[in-house]
Ligand binder design. Structure first.
Ligand SMILES: [Zn+2]
Length: 274
């Protein structure tokens, strides 16, 4: 078994029995699918709404998966598989963010959702990302995007200008940031080359003839020859994804090697961290 049920101070919980890689299926939500009026009172807080009037009442260990605002697993639609979103260590509690609908989405199509006050609770997940009140499984504000926003912050580093600091722990292999880019076609490069944008652009395209300016946090990671992160350019999606090369703890600066390969020691045109 890859997971097991344990009893903690706050009741039952599901924990990983082994180290688990991101993307692995941990368990499935299994149980009868019934109409809302047929959900027993004792099952109400565990029932998952999977259709307009279809409620899955989990009867296996998936029943004991707790909520976290910084969850390490998610539920795959259609199969109801619980998939590790990032690597888990043996003994880690498996958590899901049950609040996945934004208030805006709810307002736009209220008939598609059910607001059940039985699902509202004050969250005690203790995560730096904790939203406090989880209200009827609906998120306040905008749609949650995994790993974005409050996992990172921009800070000033002495002698380096701005850089990116981790606000939480990232496990080796975990995606830290997904940034969209503005692609600068090679014909336009001569107009950009001598501007401040020069230091913030990535080579782009299979032949690296174009350039790209990253949005989001992507332009502000500092360089290091011993980086703790690496980036991958997704040309067709016009995105850059940043991944942890090793475990990164909250408070650490996140750095990449702008020569591309993490161990590429070629000198750069600007001074780098050791
Ligand atoms: Zn929370």
């Amino acid at each position: 078994m890859i997971v097991r049920v344990e009893v903690g101070a706050a009741g039952k919980k599901l924990v990983a029995s082994n180290d688990v890689a991101a993307g692995m299926v941990l368990t499935h939500f299994r149980g009868p699918i019934v109409k809302r009026t047929d959900v027993r009172e004792s099952d109400r807080r565990y029932a998952l709404m999977i259709a307009v009037d279809g409620w899955l009442v989990p009867e296996n260990e998936s029943r004991w998966i707790n909520h976290s605002c910084d969850a390490n697993a998610w539920i795959e639609a259609d199969t109801w598989a619980v998939v590790a979103q990032r690597p888990l260590r043996q003994g880690d509690e498996v958590t899901i963010d049950y609040a996945t609908v934004s208030v805006d989405e709810y307002r736009q199509s209220p008939d598609d959702y059910t607001w059940d006050p039985a699902w509202s609770f004050d969250c005690l997940c203790g995560s730096a990302l904790c939203r406090g009140r989880v209200d009827g499984y609906v998120l306040c504000g905008t749609v949650k995007e995994w790993n974005l926003g409050p996992s990172l912050e921009v800070v000033s580093y002495e002698g380096q200008g701005r850089g990116i600091r981790a606000l939480r722990t990232f496990r080796k292999g975990e995606c830290i940031e997904r940034s969209h880019v503005i692609v600068i076609p090679k014909e336009q490069w001569p107009n950009i080359e001598h501007t401040v944008f020069y230091d913030h652009t990535f080579y782009w395209g299979e032949d690296e003839e174009d350039a790209a300016l990253s949005l989001g946090f992507g332009s502000l990671f500092n360089h290091s020859y011993t980086p703790n992160a690496v980036y991958q350019r997704l040309f067709t999606q016009s995105e850059i994804h940043f991944f942890a090369l090793r475990d990164i703890v909250a408070g650490e600066q996140i750095t990449v090697n702008y020569n591309g390969a993490p161990d590429d020691g070629q000198p750069l045109w600007f001074s780098a961290l050791p």
